[in-house]
Design a protein around this ligand. Structure first.
Ligand code: ZN
Length: 696
């Protein structure tokens, strides 16, 4: 079969023929060094953005390359896709105990409300429902504040009264009126579960955070409980507490494990069913080994099994298909123990992986030449595997809002002894790029020279920043002997400091000729554009995402301001970065890029020292002094300037849908579809993957 496809590769448009036909590969080799026997490129007319509401935009992404896979590979992807979506309820329930109840309530109203669906009130209700779907719960996915409905309680009562009473998640024998009364404070009372994750060190973080990781216990009790469990002398410590909810039984703290036969069993059993099918047709023994070990972990709940799985997963580097599936990031736990369920199913993007591989191949050079103190450098940076992936589906904590880079596993000793895998989510980044316009750059950058530089170079500079952050940043440095892992020593500041450290490694090298030398960056102008962006985003643009009167909570936002504000202050007397005013607008302008690079290096060395030595006090001071507080006047100015652009600051995705083609009960092929309607997908997921009872 022949097919004409327009393929965009690193900014060069290549007109390329053929799909599944390797016969005429010589011609293509003249354009591109390596052969591509099959071409399944992005569609240039694809509609990326489909919806915008509140502070959110809904985008879609394509899965180029999918049709070129073998039927077996597609079948395996389909199984992993199902496994990913089976964890959806787990993530909702982890975020807040009543999220599933709220979601089922919203689903039923959308499906069965008999009143006027064109009224202003109903439109407000739909905005609320979409916001809750987008955030996988009633708390904003980024700020973690409770999402407040803009319709009234009496309208809510009307919605309930005029919808199918049998489909609400009623308690046994409960009347609909009583149900409505029970739901009211959950939706409307600003004092009930006001925050998903509260990091205010003056409070009991468990009491003040709404996440469903602990119940009936205090922060102090939990910290003592885990302090007694953690083996500080172990050279191979497990991620203590990662896969359980802590409750009190007969006055004693116990863990309810998330496993087959334990908490969330119904969803996990289904997930294991699909993972089992995937492992049976794995591409190679390494991939199979990893999946078998993941299944074992879900069955035993033993964190040693999780470590075994991660080691096997790190070793699986040759497969085209990859999957992240498990309790992974701990950002949603104010104490940093509990992993949120996430999944990312992907295929390798061979072309773009070359860039990231060139960086990974030089990992030792980057470590040796970094500004870290000699004793904090890794003598032997091991097993950094880096690639660009094409996402096929994401679930749990990765959807609808997604990261653009992933570096795993998180267990420090596994990273040190076995290495880690680092990926850049290529088709997601592409969708972001295609969906955003030039308005923000024109508004927030000082003059034409800077604006042009950012417009011209930031596209690749952003990719390089992500690559360096993930591949070199998170992998670099070592902890002093006898010092525990950062989540133990640095507690609630560990995530912010770790992200800051990885950003600083990226920033430090983005102005190094080494990147030009190894052929991944055409000139240092890209590095300058990266600096322009980082400072302006860290000190100003990101404030557009923050509600008035709030301080920064989210780890990545905190780290960006921490880095930008620290170098601004330390370079103040030399005017390395200058705060300027033009037409009543504020700008931060870099006067000396080389000096700024030195300052980035200084801060990198200090944050590495904090991590290596487990210096809680210094970490606390860095984050609290530079990364938390916001200048209210500047914040207000940024909000005003940003709102004029009418761009919602947060983006998330509708997931592709995989549809198996059956011959009897055998899958012979799988098709990928790109649904356009966010609400439809949420309702479909709500039906198809409703695996858990409400209120676990
Ligand atoms: Zn990171």
């Amino acid at each position: 079969m022949k097919r004409l496809a327009l393929m965009a590769l690193s900014g060069i448009l290549i007109l390329s023929e053929s799909c599944g036909n390797a016969g005429d590969k010589k011609e293509k080799d003249e354009v591109k060094k390596e052969s591509t026997p099959c071409v399944d490129a992005s569609d240039s007319t694809f509609q990326y953005q489909t919806d915008q509401f509140a502070d959110l935009r809904v985008l879609r992404y394509q899965v180029p390359g999918f049709q070129c896979l073998t039927p077996k590979q597609k079948e395996m992807l389909y199984y992993l896709y199902e496994a990913a979506l089976c964890g959806r309820d787990i993530h909702w329930d982890q975020n807040y105990k009543y999220n599933l109840t709220v979601r089922k309530t919203l689903e039923n109203i959308v499906a069965s409300y008999k009143g006027d669906k064109n009224s202003e009130d109903y439109k407000k209700f739909m905005v609320y429902a979409k916001r809750v779907w987008f955030s996988s719960g009633i708390h904003h996915h980024y700020s973690s504040d409770k999402i407040m409905p803009e319709f009234s309680k009496s309208y809510f009562a009307d919605l309930i009264k005029n919808s199918d009473p049998a489909a609400f998640p009623l308690h046994g024998g409960e009347q609909v009126d009583a149900f409505e009364q029970r739901m009211e404070p959950i939706l409307f009372d600003p004092n009930v579960a006001p925050k998903k994750v509260d990091l205010d060190p003056k409070k009991d973080l468990i009491k003040s955070s709404a996440v469903n990781f602990y119940e009936g216990v205090t922060q102090d009790e939990v910290q003592k409980f885990y302090a007694a469990t953690i083996d500080k002398n172990s050279k191979t410590p497990v991620m203590t507490g990662l896969n359980s909810k802590v409750i009190k039984e007969n006055g004693k703290l116990v863990e309810k494990k998330w496993m087959v036969g334990g908490m969330y069993s119904a969803a996990i059993e289904k997930m294991v069913y699909w993972l089992d099918k995937a492992s049976a047709i794995a591409e190679n023994p390494e991939q199979k080994d990893a999946l078998v070990k993941l299944i074992r972990f879900y069955k035993t709940g033993d964190l040693k099994d999780f470590d075994d799985y991660n080691i096997a997963w790190v070793k699986d580097v040759n497969s085209v298909i990859d999957v992240v599936n498990g309790y992974i990031e701990v950002y949603s736990d104010p104490l940093g123990y509990k992993g949120s369920f996430e999944s990312c199913v992907s295929i390798k993007d061979m072309e773009a992986s070359k860039r990231i591989k060139a960086i990974g191949d030089n990992a030792q050079w980057f470590e040796d030449n970094s500004p870290l103190k000699p004793e904090h450098k890794k003598k032997d940076v091991k097993g950094i595997s880096a690639k660009v992936i094409t996402v096929v589906v994401e679930g749990g904590d990765n959807a609808p809002s997604t990261p653009i880079g992933i570096n795993l596993p998180n267990n420090e000793w596994i990273r040190e002894q076995h290495g880690s895998k680092s990926v850049n989510l290529g088709n997601i980044v592409e969708a972001y790029d295609r969906a955003s316009g030039p308005g923000v750059i024109d508004e927030f950058y000082y003059n034409d020279e800077i604006k042009e530089r950012v417009k011209k170079y930031a596209h690749l500079a952003d990719k390089l920043h992500t690559d360096m952050h993930e591949v070199i940043g998170h992998a670099s440095g070592q902890i002093n002997p006898g010092v525990a892992q950062p989540y133990v020593t640095l507690k609630n500041y560990a995530s912010t400091l770790e992200e800051g450290r990885a950003d600083l490694v990226a920033l430090y090298y983005l102005l190094d000729p080494k990147l030009v030398e190894i052929g991944v960056m055409p000139s240092l102008d890209y590095g300058k554009a990266a600096y322009d962006e980082y400072i302006t985003k860290g000190l100003m643009i990101q404030l557009s995402r923050l509600a008035p009167g709030k301080n920064l909570e989210e780890a990545h936002m905190r780290n960006r301001q921490l880095v930008a504000a620290w170098v601004y202050e330390k370079g103040a007397k030399d005017k390395v970065i200058e705060k300027k005013s033009k037409d009543g607008k504020t700008f931060f302008v870099i006067n000396d890029y080389s000096k700024l690079r030195v300052l980035f290096g200084d801060l990198l060395r200090e944050i590495q020292r904090v991590k290596s030595e487990g210096d809680y006090k210094a970490g606390h001071d860095l984050v609290e002094n530079f990364g938390v507080k916001v200048d209210p006047a500047l914040h207000e100015e940024v909000m005003k300037r940003y709102s004029k652009l009418n761009i919602a600051p947060y983006m998330g995705f509708i997931q592709p849908k995989l549809v198996p083609v059956m011959d009897g009960d055998k899958i012979i092929d799988v098709k990928v579809e790109y649904p356009k309607d966010f609400v439809e997908q949420m309702l479909y997921y709500g039906k198809q993957y409703a695996l858990l009872p409400v209120e676990n």
